[in-house]
Write a new protein. Sequence first.
Length: 168
Amino acid sequence: MSEDRNQPLVEVDAPADACFAIVWSRFNQAVVSKLLEGAKACFSEHGVADDSLYVVEVPGAWELPYAAQQLAQSKRFDAVVTLGAVIRGGTPHFDYVCEGTALGVGRVALDTGVPVVFGVLTTDDETQAFDRAGGVHGNKGRDAALTAIEMAVLDRRFASDGITTKGS
Ligand code: INI
């Protein structure tokens, strides 16, 4: 688990029949591939078999919300994890990509009723990004997978408590 104290993550096993999707962006691939490794390992450690995990790649962070929307709308997944790395390059482009990606990912979750986890690093430089991709600040890809599992468990609870009729 991440060593950051401000990450209130809990370790729970995924429901036996749960399926998850990961969409990851290729831009800054050296960083994002580490997030992907962390996320995959976490799913595996928490009982998610390879055939219950669908992994798809997009060019950059900007494309994550669209792919996440397609995955979430399919209703085949308990949660969708988005992984990316937006690194400040000294131009306003950074701010547009960050804001568009974050708002888009959040909107997909609310529009579809499927948890969509924001595992996108937004950092000033590459060092900060690597620190969060298996470095001194843990692996945010792993944390994102853990969040997806927890949200899947929460959705099962909502259904069994009669709060939602999802999956019935
Ligand atoms: N995409 C990223 O994932 N990270 C970045 O740091 C980044 N920067 O810096 O530009 C980036 N840009 C590409 C963007 O996500 C889209 O792929 C592109 O604009 C095409 O829509």
